[in-house]
Structure formats: C-alpha cells, structure tokens
Design a protein around this ligand. Sequence first.
Ligand code: GLN
Length: 292
Amino acid sequence: MKGNLRSVRETYAKALLPLYGESEAFSLFYWVAEEIMGSGRAALTVRLDEPLAEDVSARFSSVLTRLLRYEPVQYIFNKAYFGDLELYVDETVLIPRPETEELVRLAASKLAASRGCPLRILDLCTGSGAIALALSRIFPEAEVYACDISEKALETARRNNALCGASVKFFPYDVLSGAPLPEAFAPSDGYHLVVSNPPYVRQSEKTQMRPNVLDYEPSLALFVPDTDPLVFYEAIASLSARILAGDGFLIEEINEAFPLQNKRIMEENGLQSIELHRDMQGKFRGISARKK
Ligand code: GLN
C-alpha cells in the first residue's frame, strides 16, 4: 500500500465499504490510522499528504487483509474501550458492548445512595472484567469480586485488572453448577450488588449475526440453547437470593426477547422491586431487583 495516508484512506474506504457500510468503513480507517501512526484523528487530518514509510504502508496492508476477513479491529490491536477504561481484549473474551456501559450506569445509579460505604460487589460471568473494573473505578472504596468459568477469560480479566490499576479479585466459578460460592468469596453479610451479563443469545439467532461476531468472539460467552435460553438467569437469580445482603441489588443484562420471563424468574426467587430497563435503542436490555 504505497503513497500517503490520503490514498490509504481511499483504499480502505473502497475495500471496506461493501462489508461494513460507509460510516463504519471510515471509522475503521481512523481507528487503524490512529494505532499505526500513533496520533489522534485531528492530528492525522493534517498528515494526509505526508509520504508513508514502507513498513508503515505494509502494516496498513496487513491490517486491511484482516479486516476483510471480518476480524474485529479490537482483536487486531488487542484494545477495546469501555466507558473511560481501555481494556486488553483477545479471542478469549467478548468485546465489551455499549449496552453494557448502560448496565454499569444503571448499577451505579442504584448504588448512588451508598457512595462512600464499604460496598461488596460481585460480577458473574465477567469475561474481560469490564463491568467489575468499571464499577471498581466508580466505587473505589468497594470490594469488587468477579468470576468466570473460563480460565482463559480470567487470565485476560486479571491482565485488565493490572492495566487499570484496580484490585478486583477474580476467581473461577461455574454459575450453572449450582454450587455455593467458594468460602473466600462468600462474605457472611452478603453482597450489596450482584451484576451479570451472562450468555443469552439463542443458537437460532446466529442467522442474524455478523461474521465478525460469529467467527471471532467466544461462543461460550454468547450462546445458550434454544430449548433453555434462560438457564443462566435461573441460576443467577437463585444464587443471588442466597448471597445478597438484605438491601442488595441484582442487576443483569438480558435478551430483549424475554423481559417478562426474566421478571418471572426474579419473582419466583423472591426478589422484590423488579424493574425492566430499556437500552438506547428502546429494547428491554436490563433488569434490576432488590432482595427486600
Ligand atoms: N449483546 C451481545 C451481542 O449481541 C450478547 C451478550 C451476551 O450474550 N451476554 O452480541
């Protein structure tokens, strides 16, 4: 890929347009250019006609090849943004979504009255650690715990813990096992918040999903059987009823197809003050409840 940034932009726009559409093609180009050139978008626009060194051109070409295979740009550069956090991501974990930032805001608003108190928070199915790390940034005085069934995801989450300078405690745990939490992670006075974005996409929904998700993101973090799509929610509600403090909250991201079913699961587990929350697209994406 010879020449300058302007001609690379042209090449990227043309090549990526049919796969990603115009606006995403452009934002992908700028994401890549910022990474490769090491400067922000504003600075790049004045460097459009600067000649590019050969190794720089070669990097643009190799990244383009990967984008054309639908590899997510976040995996190419091992970087994703979540609120004001910059996280390391690779194929061991889901790339954090904007809807999940909304879940963090919801959790923060529910706990706002307890700001400054020594809160105990648990994130189930943590993946990259995004939710746990964001909450520990908002509530620096909180003790934050997070677990996942995947050892590889936990490794990534611990790496993010170090990158963020946080002190979240990560541990392996299979939510579907129904087992009690390991003793070290089961505070006797319970948790003030249990939060989770568990797998909730039905296998049958794969037909509507794009190859950047299907071919690269971990299926373990995404999919549930069509015959039992709420299996995680049943396990989480039942566990939460046991481990929440009296005034504790359970807050989850949900599949928009099952708001009422999720509400019923919470009711069946004796949880109170159940509320459904819409995401920025108006879809039911969050649910919250209180132990009492
Ligand atoms: N919202 C994610 C997606 O659509 C799914 C997240 C999940 O399964 N927890 O890809």
